[in-house]
Design a protein around this ligand. Sequence first.
Ligand code: NAD
Length: 428
Amino acid sequence: MTDDATRRTSRISGFHKLRVEQRIDHVAAFADLGDEHRRQLAAPSNMDTHLADHMIENMITTIAIPVGIATNMRVDGRDVLVPMATEESSVVAAVGNSARQCYESGGFTTSMSGTEMIAQIQLLGVPDPARARLLILERRAEIERICNACDPTLVGLGGGFRDLDVRRIDTPAGSMVITHIVVDTRDAMGANTVNSMAERLAPNIAAWTGGRTLLRILSNLADRRVVRARATWTCAAIGGAEVRDAMVAAYHFADNDPYRAATHNKGIMNGVSAVVLATGNDTRAVESGAHAFAARSGRYRSLTSWEVTADGDLAGAIELPLAVGLVGGAVKIHPTARALLAVLQVGTASELARIIAAVGLAQNFGAMKALATEGIQRGHMSLHARNLAFAVGAVGDEVAEIARRIVEGRSINEAAAAAALAELREQG
Ligand code: NAD
C-alpha cells in the first residue's frame, strides 16, 4: 500500500466518539477538501447540531433540501397547504397547477383501509409445516396477549393486535412457515412497535412448533394501510376531449408496460415522497411499499387509474399503502418536520396519509397532461434553466435573464448558460 493509500483509510476507530468538528476535520483531511467545502459542511442549518448528532451515527453535517408549498389543494372538503421537500424543480408547481384544475369540481376525496401494520416471523426446519401452521393459528388468544403486553401505551390509545395469518411458502431452501401479526399502530408508522412484538413472540412460535425462527421484522408491503384518493377534472378545465383522451391513452400505456409504469409511478412518488420527507417520515418505507403494491398482481402496474366519466370528464384515482405517522421515529423530534406538520393541521396519521395520496394523484395528473400534450420538457426545462444559470455563477437578476435566453435559444445546458452569462456581462 502506498503512503497515500494508508492515510486514506476508512478504518477509523471511535469516529462516533469525536466531536462533530473533529469528524469534519477527519473527513476534510481524508478527501483533501478545500476551505469552501469545509466551511459548507460546518455551516449551521435550521437543525440543531446536537439533535442531528443524536439522530444518526457519525453525523458531520446536514443537507438542506428546499421545502415548497403546494397550493390549491382541497382534500375532503378542506383547503390545505401542503409542504413538499424536494430537490427537483417543477414538482411543487405541478401539484399546485393540477389541483387548481380540479378545485372547482370539488378537489380530492379520500379514504383509508385502516392503520394496521404487518410483522413477519420466519419459521424454518419444521418437518410438518401444515401442522405447524395450525398449531400457531390455534394460539391466537395467547399471541394477542403477548403482542399487546409489549406496548400498553398503544393498547391504551385503542391500537394493538388485530389479526393473525400463517402462510406456508415453498422455497429452494425448503418449506417455511411465515406468521403475520397484524397490529393497529394508530398514529405511529409502527415499524419499531411491530418489530418488538415479532421479536417477543418468536421464541413461543419456535417452542410450539419445534422449528427454528429466523427473521422477525415488519413488512413494508403495508396492504392493511391502503389509502385511496380520487378527483374529477372537467373536460373544459383540462382543455378539451383531445387532451382528456390522450391522458387516458397515456395511463393505459403505463398500466400495461412496466418500462413506462416505472416512470409513471416515479412521477407519483415525486409528490408522495416530498410530503413524506417534509413531515419527517420514512421515504424508503413508503417507496418500497408503493412499488411492491404496484406489482401485487404479479405484473408491475400503475398506482393510479384514469377513465372518462358519463359526463365526458376525466376521473383519476390512486391507491397505495402509506405507512406514515405523527409520532415515533424522526417525526416527533425533527423541529422542521413538526413545524410543517403544524402547517398541514392534521390530527391523525390517517389524515396525513390521505393528503399524501391526493398529492400523488395531482402529481400524476400534471405529469400525464404535460407528457400527453406539449411534452415534459417545456415546463421542466424552464425551471431547470434557472438551476443551470445558478450553476454557472449567475447572481440576482442575471438568473432569470440567463434562463430566458437559453430557453429561447432552445439549448438548455451548462455550456449555453455559461455563454449566455458571458454575453450578458459583456453587454454590460
Ligand atoms: P416508535 O417506536 O418511536 O413510536 C411508536 C410508539 O409510540 C408506539 O409503539 C406507542 O407506544 C407510542 N405512541 C404514542 N402516541 C401514539 C399514537 N397516537 N399512536 C400510536 N402510537 C403512539 O416509532 P414507530 O412508529 O414504531 O417506528 C418508526 C421508525 O422505525 C421510523 O423511524 C422508521 O424509519 C423506523 N424503521 C423502519 C423500518 C422499515 O420500514 N423496514 C425498520 C425498522 C425501523
